[in-house]
Design a protein around this ligand. Structure first.
Ligand code: GRF
Length: 203
């Protein structure tokens, strides 16, 4: 399987995918990493792993549609089976989402449907949640609203702040994202009727 990863920043989730791919545990390889930020550290991770990189700066575009059209052409030039969003901080147009429907995954740092959007760790703390976590989901036109595939939970302690909770969640992200990608590459995952399916059973 050919996997293209979109990033905007640090790329620690990208790293876990590169590591698992190198260990032969993805049943696929990352063929390209594309960032909308030229200074994203994840680009260095990709280069270190010998993976092709490209930068498409959002600030060069006045219109979201134009950016997404160019991004699609760039992605499709690598003929991906799967498109993986890993900290890609842009809202995608409906046309883009439709084009990759059922073959685009995202990871979100909350127990969806809780805390769609930004600042999830602080919001969980402010709400006094005893539990927080992360979710891998198929991407649909609803931001952070696509069908959930896999979640991991972490405890929230009284002495936690957003940084300590984020660290705890990140460890889990790095475990569950490669697992979901592997399921997809093994042909076990699908999106149908607005739900995620594993081995023919709705999740
Ligand atoms: C992660 O917390 C992920 O859940 C969110 O963006 C962050 C990306 O982190 N979508 P990294 O760039 O993979 O380190």
């Amino acid at each position: 399987n050919r996997i293209v990863v979109l990033i905007s920043g640090n790329g620690s989730n990208l790293q876990s995918l590169l590591d698992q791919a190198a260990a032969g545990r993805l049943n696929g390889s990352v063929v390209a990493v594309i960032s909308n930020k030229a200074d994203a550290y994840g680009l260095e991770r990709a280069r270190a792993a010998g993976v092709a990189t490209a930068v498409l700066p959002g600030k060069d575009y006045a219109e979201r549609e134009r950016f997404d059209t160019d991004l699609m052409a760039l992605i499709d030039s690598h003929q991906p089976d799967l498109l993986v969003l890993a900290g890609f901080m842009r809202i995608l147009t409906p046309g883009f989402v439709r084009h990759y429907a059922g073959r685009m995954l995202n990871i979100h740092p909350s127990l969806l449907p809780k805390y769609q959007g930004l600042n999830t760790h602080q919001r969980a703390i402010d709400a006094g949640d005893a539990e927080h976590g992360c979710s891998v989901h198929f991407v649909t036109e609803e931001l952070d609203g696509g069908p959930v595939i896999l979640q991991a939970r972490v405890p929230v302690f009284a002495e936690d702040d957003a940084t300590t909770v984020a660290e705890r969640v990140h460890v889990q992200e790095h475990a569950i994202y490669p697992l979901a990608v592997r399921w997809f590459c093994d042909g076990r995952l699908a999106m149908k009727d607005g739900r995620a399916w594993l081995d023919g059973t709705p999740l």
